[in-house]
Design a protein around this ligand. Sequence first.
Ligand code: ZN
Length: 107
Amino acid sequence: MSEALKDSLQALIDQGLTFSDCMATFTANQSEAEKAYIAAAREFHEREGDLEFDDHVMVSMGNDDGAYVLAWKWVEDTDAGVCSECKAPVCDPEDGECPECGEEESQ
Ligand SMILES: [Zn+2]
């Protein structure tokens, strides 16, 4: 991405552009095949609270027998080593206490 494009995008973000706006725009003219992959992703792979698909999702068509469908994967604080109280990245979550807020880490 060129610096001019980055500057233009940042200006739009400053004016209120969201990631969802971008997704809606990028997916406005999806093919029937892309829509079929999204429908199949929802039907066979969506698990509420674990793996979810937005209303407008990108599809990456490849040369193999399938396509990638953009999803949201839930990750627990404990898996990421992030403090559940203040969301600070904690170097060693098994250390017992968040260095930022002092919250006891529960395992
Ligand atoms: Zn904390």
